[in-house]
Design a protein. Structure first.
Length: 158
């Protein structure tokens, strides 16, 4: 048996309807570190390494490493979501992404540096994939007041 509870229109003034996005101008920039890190690796770094003479196979491997942390995110994300302050996680993530991009931009583009590039790419996506999630989850107190609070919180965490 499945129980499906929905708040009636006007029952919960604290929450907008499921189709409403509140303050997109505030939340949209929270996703920038993840997008910038991914774009830097798959576009800019790939171009620079190609111009430096690295093989297509090495560049493709780096782009694959670019996606790998997102595939194992389900293993470490619950710990990050439950430990520490969301704003601190966001600051750590944004700073890490910026620092890694800076390091990759000044490093020599040689085949000997590929393992370092791989490590920095993993750090970018381990930290860069986190910022928006914890920073946006500092609203659970509002969800607890709602009859559908648990369902809303679970849906948003997925």
């Amino acid at each position: 048996m499945t129980v499906h509870i929905e708040a009636q229109s006007g029952d919960d003034p604290l929450h907008a309807s499921a189709g409403t996005i509140r303050r997109p101008a505030i939340f949209a920039p929270l996703f920038a570190p993840f997008g910038v890190g991914s774009g830097y690796v798959s576009v800019t770094l790939a171009y620079l390494l190609g111009e430096a003479g690295l093989s297509v196979a090495i560049i493709a491997t780096l782009i694959a490493v670019n996606a790998w942390p997102q595939t194992v995110k389900m293993l470490w994300a619950p710990f990050v979501d439950t430990i520490g302050n969301p704003k601190a996680w966001y600051a750590i993530g944004a700073f890490s992404v910026g620092l890694c991009i800076l390091a990759m931009s000044i490093m020599p583009k040689t085949e000997a540096q590929v393992p370092i590039f791989m490590a920095l790419i993993v750090v970018i996506h381990h930290q860069g994939g986190r910022p928006a999630g914890p920073a946006m989850t500092h609203q659970p107190a509002l969800h607890r007041r709602s009859r559908v609070g648990v369902l809303v919180a679970v849906r948003e965490s997925i």
